[in-house]
Ligand binder design. Sequence first.
Ligand code: CMP
Length: 137
Amino acid sequence: MEQTLSIIKPDAVKKNVIGKIIDRFESNNLKIAAMKKIELSKKDAESFYAVHAERPFFNALVEFMTSGAVVVMVLEGENAVLKNRELMGATNPKEAEKGTIRADFAKDIDANAVHGSDSLENAKIEIDFFFANREIS
Ligand code: CMP
C-alpha cells in the first residue's frame, strides 16, 4: 500500500466540485486516509512549492494557491502515487486525456484543479508538510 498527497486547488473548490473529484479517487480504489480544508498562507505556499522557486511561474503559483481554500488529502491504495497521477491527467489541462480530472474540471496550467505528489519520496515529504501521524488513518 502506498500513500500520496493530493490537493484540490482553489479553482476547483470555487467551482464546487470537491465531491466530484473525491469520487474519482474513491471509485478507483483510493481511500481518503486524511483530509482537511484550509487556506494556505503565502509562507505555506512558498515552502510547499520551494522546488519551483526559480521557475518563472513561481509567483503566479503562490498567488493562485493562496487565492482561496484548498482541500488537502492523503490518498492510500495500491500504486497510489501513479494512480493519482493517471486520474489527474497532464499538468496542462489542454494536454490531459479525456476523462481525467484536469480535462474535466480545469481551465489552464495555472488553474489546474489538483496537485499530486510526483514520487513516493516526495509523497512522504508532502504528507509530513500537512499532516501529523495521528491525523492519518
Ligand atoms: P502542480 O502539480 O501543483 O505543481 C506545480 C504547479 O505549477 C503545477 O501543478 C502547475 O499548476 C503550475 N505551473 C504553471 N506553469 C507551469 C509550467 N510551465 N510547468 C509546470 N507547472 C506549471
